[in-house]
Write a protein that binds this ligand. Structure first.
Ligand SMILES: O=C(O)[C@H](CS(=O)(=O)O)OP(=O)(O)O
Ligand SMILES: [Mg+2]
Length: 233
């Protein structure tokens, strides 16, 4: 499998298969939203678009990163989101890096969005598909965010070597600038458990696939057969 690891500004062509990685925190949050029963997540281009979608669909839940803001129901925090009942709901998500990365590759034939919590399921989709070339979009810090790069490298390795251990990759994410900023309160809209929740490998037994639906980029879970669900906790 040919792999390349690119930051968002480096995306100049349309990849065939793209894995968009945002560990802290967009795609950990998205996975928790599905874990809490959400049906789908619409990835918004802007805060204004998120609010316009919410105005058109008052039953949708609008979510942004940073501090809480008028018109939004939730912030981009797995620790805060894990107690929400999202059964059957549509979530609209807009964040600084994660959602931007997926929208940058929306023309790709397959777009997977990932963090450690769905790493094995994502690797299994790549294995099953026997993709020749995979572009990993390292969304944080213009491709330099080590939590995203470590997770991307873990998924890439696991797609070809199923026995690859997560520990060394998770350790790099633990030591990343994003982890420190979340722990130190530099970033807003944070729960004390966020970093730990972002580092939990294979918490969920599904991959997350984004497709264009009526010109909106929509993320849905794709359950991977024979992947045991993590014990509830
Ligand atoms: O919510 C996040 O962790 C970040 C934004 S910030 O750095 O906290 O302001 O967004 P993401 O797109 O999930 O990396
Ligand atoms: Mg991030």
């Amino acid at each position: 499998m040919d792999t390349r690891f690119l930051g968002i500004p480096e995306l100049v062509d349309v990849p065939s298969v793209a894995v968009v990685v945002d560990v802290m925190r967009a795609y950990t949050v998205a996975a928790w939203a599905f874990g809490q029963g959400a049906e789908k997540i619409v990835l918004a281009e802007s805060l204004d678009e998120a609010l316009a979608l919410k105005a058109r669909h008052p039953d949708w839940m609008a979510l942004k990163d940073g501090p809480p803001a008028p018109g939004f129901d939730m912030v981009n925090s797995p620790g805060l989101l894990r107690s929400a009942d999202l059964g059957g709901r549509t979530v609209v998500q807009k964040t600084t890096a994660g959602t931007v990365g997926a929208l940058a590759v929306k023309e790709a034939s397959l777009v997977l969005c990932a963090g450690f919590v769905v790493a094995e399921a994502t690797a299994r989709v790549l294995r099953t598909r026997e993709s020749d070339g995979v572009t990993f979009v390292v969304t944080g810090e213009d491709g330099q965010a080590d939590e995203d790069l470590a997770c991307a490298q873990y998924i890439a390795r696991r797609a070809t070597e199923a026995a690859t251990d997560a520990a060394g990759f998770v350790r790099r994410a633990t030591e990343s600038r994003a982890a420190a900023e979340l722990a130190q309160g530099v970033r807003r809209g944070v729960h004390a458990d966020d970093v730990a929740l972002c580092l939990e490998a294979d918490r969920f037994p599904f991959a997350m696939v984004a497709t264009l639906e009526d010109s909106l980029m929509v993320l849905r879970p794709q359950v991977v057969p024979d992947l045991p669900a993590h014990p509830a906790g």
